[in-house]
Design a protein around this ligand. Structure first.
Ligand SMILES: [Zn+2]
Length: 278
C-alpha cells in the first residue's frame, strides 16, 4: 500500500439504535466518531494512539471495509469520478431517478433536489459542487440506523489527502429532535451536515484532521463546529428548523417522514412538528 488510510465517521448527532450503545449516549466520549484504519493499525496513531472504540461499534465491523472498499478502489464500477452515486445511478442536480428505482434512490434524489432547489445558496452550491467535483465520488448507501459520512483520508508522500471514493450512510427517514423544545431537523439537513464534512475535507484535509483532533466542549470537536455553523445551521434556518446550539446534548433521533418533494417545505415542517407532539 502506498499510503495508509483513515476513515472518519461523521454523524449528525447521537443516535438511538436497536444495537444500543447503551448508556453511552450521554457519554460524550462515545460520540467520538473516529475509528479504524483500513490497512494497518499504525494509521490509528495519527489520531488517538489507540482505538478505544472499535469494539463499541459492532455495526462498523472492520470486515465491512475489507470486503467493500478495496474492490471499489480497484474497480470503481465504471462510473466517472465526478459523481454522487446512489445504487448505481448518478445524481444530476434537478434530475429524477429512473422510474423503477428503489424508494431509497427516489428519496435520496428528492432530498438532494430539496437542498439544490432550496433558498440556501450555500447548501445548494455544496450539492451542485460535489456532484461535479472531478476528484471525488460520493456514494449514498441506504441505512435504517443512522446518517453518517465515512470520510476516507490518506497520505501521499507525507501529505494529507482525501480519497476519491467517499461514503455517506443515509437514513432517509430519520432526523433528530431537541428533547426540550421538540424542534427538529429532517433527513435532508443531516445530509447537508455530512456533505459539509466531505467538502471541508476536500477544502483542506490537514485542517480537517486537525479540527477533528481538537475537542470542543460545546460542539464535540472543531470539525463538528465547522460543519454545523457553516452548513447545517444556515440550511436548517432556511427550512425553519432547529438551529442547534451544541452537538449532542438534548438531541435524540426520531423517525420522521422522508425528504421527498411530494410535500412542500411548509407541509413537511408542519407534519414534522405534529409528529413531535406525540
Ligand atoms: Zn458531523
Amino acid at each position: 500500500m502506498p499510503y495508509g488510510e483513515l476513515l472518519v465517521n461523521q454523524k449528525v448527532g447521537p443516535y438511538e439504535t436497536p444495537y444500543k450503545f447503551t448508556s453511552k449516549e450521554q457519554d460524550p466520549e462515545t460520540d467520538l466518531t473516529y475509528f479504524g484504519a483500513r490497512y494497518y493499525d499504525a494509521a490509528l496513531g495519527i489520531w488517538l494512539g489507540v482505538d478505544p472504540l472499535a469494539e463499541r461499534y459492532p455495526a462498523m465491523s472492520p470486515f465491512t471495509y475489507v470486503f467493500n472498499n478495496p474492490i471499489r478502489l480497484i474497480d470503481p464500477n465504471g462510473m466517472e469520478v465526478d459523481d454522487i452515486i446512489i445504487e448505481g445511478q448518478k445524481y444530476i442536480p434537478g434530475s429524477s431517478p429512473s422510474a423503477e428505482s428503489s424508494d431509497f434512490v427516489k428519496e435520496s434524489f428528492a432530498a438532494l433536489n430539496e437542498i439544490v432547489n432550496g433558498n440556501n445558496k450555500n447548501a445548494s452550491n455544496l450539492v451542485i459542487g460535489l456532484s461535479k467535483n472531478d476528484d471525488i465520488e460520493i456514494e449514498l448507501v441506504a441505512s435504517n440506523l443512522k446518517t453518517e459520512a465515512q470520510v476516507g483520508l490518506g497520505k501521499i508522500n507525507g501529505k494529507d489527502i482525501i480519497r476519491k471514493y467517499q461514503t455517506i450512510y443515509f437514513d432517509t427517514d430519520r432526523g433528530i429532535e431537541e428533547a426540550t423544545t421538540g424542534k427538529s431537523l429532517s433527513p435532508d439537513v443531516a445530509l447537508v451536515h455530512e456533505l459539509g464534512h466531505i467538502q471541508n475535507a476536500i477544502d483542506n484535509p490537514t485542517e480537517f484532521i486537525n479540527r477533528k483532533k481538537e475537542s470542543d466542549p460545546v460542539w464535540f470537536d472543531l470539525e463538528e463546529k465547522e460543519t454545523i455553523t457553516k452548513y447545517e445551521i444556515p440550511y436548517a434556518s432556511s427550512r425553519n428548523m432547529l438551529q442547534r446550539t451544541s452537538y449532542s446534548s438534548n438531541y435524540k433521533t426520531i423517525k420522521t417522514i422522508n425528504s421527498t418533494n411530494a410535500l412542500t417545505h411548509k407541509q413537511l415542517d408542519l407534519i414534522v412538528q405534529s409528529i413531535l407532539r406525540f
